[in-house]
Design a protein around this ligand. Structure first.
Ligand code: NAD
Ligand code: MG
Length: 401
C-alpha cells in the first residue's frame, strides 16, 4: 500500500499559521494559491516564493504574501529582482540552486506549481527533505514517478494531490487506499476542440488551442487540455499517486467540468468529487488539510448548471490520449519519454513551428525511437529519468530539424 498518499492527521503540525513555500508563485496556480492565502488572514505565513524569469511579477507576489525569501530561476533576472525588492526586507537569490533552496526552507507545506520538467529537481528536493508537498506539477510523476514515490516513502513526505481530478478522488477516497477501488475515473472537459472535425483540429492555431472553455490555466497545460494529452499525463500521475494499475483507470469526457473524479467499488457504489471548475477549491483543500478554509470560489449551483453530461473520449480525433495510455501500459522509460517529447512539441506548437496534429505524432515517434534504441527500461533514479528526458529532447530536435 502506498502510504505517502494516506496521511494521518497527526503528521500535520497544529501550528497556526501554517508555514508555506510556493514554487511557481507567479503562474496560474501560484496566483490562485495567493488568492486562497490572502483570503484567510492568520491561517498561513509564506516562507519563500520561487519563479522562473519574471522578476517584477515575483517581487509583487513576494511582497503581497510577505515572503521572507524570493528565488528566481533565471540568473539574468537577479538584478531586477534585487532592485524590485530593495528595502522590502526580503532575501533574494537567483539560479536553479536558489529555487531548490526555497523548496527546502523550513515549512509545513510546499506548493509544487512550477510547470514542466523544470519542477522535477525542486519538488524532489522538498520530498527528500520530508516536506508535505501539495503537487500541482503533474510532469514530476510522469517523468520520474517511481523514484518520486520511493523517495516519499523513505522520507515519509506526504503528497497531497492538487490537480483537480486527483484531489477530487483523494477526497472521495476519504483515507481508503487508492488501489482498493474497482475503478478510478478522471473526467476531461474535452477542451476547445471537443466538437471539431479531425481536419479542423489538425489546423488549429495556438490562439484556438489556448481558448479553453472552462478553465483558466497556464499555456502548457491549456494546450495539453486541447490535445487531451493532459488527461494522459493525469492517468500516469494517478497510477503513481494512488498505486493503481493502468487497467483500473478510466477517462470520461464531461464538458461541464463539475464532476472531477469518481471511484467505483466492487459492490456497484460510486463516489464522485464535485466542485465548480476553480483551482482555488483543490488548492484550499491542500493548504488547509486536514482542516478546511473558505475560498472566494463560486458556490456550486447544480440547478443553474441544469445537466451533467458524459461521453467516451474519441481517440481518433485526440490521438495524444491514446499515445499516453500506450506509454502508461508499456511502462519503463516511455512515460519519461512521453513527457519530454510532449513538452518540446507544445513549445514548438506555441511558437508556430509545429501543427497541432504533429504534437501526438512527434510524441509517438519519440516513444518508438526510444524502444528501437533499446532505451525502454525504467529509470531507477530521478537522475536517470532526467537523462532520458535530455536524450529525448536532443532526439526531438533532430527529428524536427
Ligand atoms: P504557468 O505557466 O501559469 O506557471 C508556471 C510557473 O512556473 C510560473 O510561476 C513560472 O515562473 C514557474 N517556472 C517556470 N520555469 C521555472 C523554473 N525553471 N524554476 C522555477 N520556476 C519556474 O503554469 P500553471 O498553469 O500554473 O501550471 C503549473 C503546474 O500545475 C503545471 O505542471 C500544470 O500542469 C499544473 N496544473 C495546473 C492547473 C491550472 O489550473 N493552471 C491545474 C492542474 C495542474
Ligand atoms: Mg487536472
Amino acid at each position: 500500500m502506498n502510504q505517502s498518499i494516506h496521511p494521518k492527521s497527526e503528521v500535520f503540525s497544529e501550528s497556526i499559521p501554517r508555514r508555506l513555500v510556493v514554487l511557481g508563485a507567479t503562474g496560474s496556480i501560484g496566483q490562485s494559491t495567493a488568492d486562497v492565502i490572502l483570503n484567510a488572514p492568520g491561517r498561513f505565513v509564506v516562507e519563500a516564493v520561487a519563479g522562473g524569469r519574471d522578476a517584477a511579477a515575483l517581487a509583487r507576489q513576494a511582497i503581497a504574501l510577505g515572503a521572507r525569501f524570493a528565488a528566481i530561476a533565471d540568473p539574468a533576472a537577479y538584478q531586477d529582482l534585487k532592485q524590485a525588492l530593495s528595502g522590502a526586507g526580503i532575501e533574494v537569490a537567483a539560479g536553479p540552486d536558489a529555487v531548490i533552496e526555497a523548496a527546502v526552507r523550513p515549512s509545513d507545506l510546499v506548493v509544487a506549481a512550477i510547470v514542466g520538467t523544470a519542477g522535477v529537481n525542486p519538488t524532489y528536493a522538498a520530498i527528500k527533505a520530508g516536506r508535505t508537498v501539495a503537487l500541482a506539477n503533474k510532469e514530476c510523476l510522469v517523468c520520474a514517478g517511481a523514484p518520486f514515490m520511493q523517495a516519499a516513502r523513505e522520507s515519509q513526505a506526504v503528497l497531497l494531490p492538487m490537480d483537480s481530478e486527483h484531489n477530487a478522488i483523494f477526497q472521495a477516497l476519504g483515507g481508503r487506499a487508492g488501489n482498493s477501488v474497482a475503478r478510478m475515473t478522471l473526467t476531461a472537459s474535452g477542451g476547445p476542440f471537443r466538437l471539431w472535425s479531425a481536419e479542423a483540429i489538425a489546423k488549429a492555431t495556438p490562439a484556438q488551442a489556448l481558448n479553453h472553455p472552462n478553465w483558466s490555466m497556464g499555456p502548457k497545460v491549456t494546450v495539453d487540455s486541447a490535445s487531451l494529452m493532459n488527461k494522459g499525463l493525469e492517468l500516469i500521475e494517478a497510477h503513481h499517486l494512488f498505486d493503481i494499475p493502468a487497467d483500473r483507470l478510466d477517462v470520461l469526457v464531461h464538458p461541464q467540468s463539475i464532476v472531477h473524479g469518481l471511484i467505483s467499488f466492487e459492490d456497484g457504489a460510486v463516489i464522485a468529487g464535485l466542485a465548480a471548475p476553480d483551482m482555488r477549491v483543490p488548492i484550499a483543500h491542500c493548504l488547509a488539510f486536514p482542516e478546511r478554509v473558505a475560498t472566494r470560489a463560486r458556490t456550486l449551483d447544480l440547478v443553474e448548471i441544469g445537466s451533467l453530461t458524459f461521453e467516451r473520449p474519441d481517440f481518433g480525433r485526440f490521438p495524444a490520449l491514446q499515445v499516453a495510455m500506450d506509454a502508461l501500459a508499456a511502462g519503463g522509460s516511455l512515460p519519461t519519454v512521453l513527457n519530454a517529447a510532449n513538452e518540446i512539441a507544445v513549445e514548438r506548437f506555441l511558437a508556430g513551428k509545429l501543427g497541432f496534429h504533429q504534437i501526438a505524432e512527434l510524441v509517438r515517434n519519440l516513444c518508438d525511437a526510444a524502444l528501437k534504441s533499446g532505451e525502454g527500461h525504467a529509470p531507477a533514479t530521478v537522475a536517470d529519468a532526467l537523462a532520458v528526458d535530455h536524450i529525448t529532447r536532443e532526439r526531438a530536435r533532430t527529428h524536427l530539424a
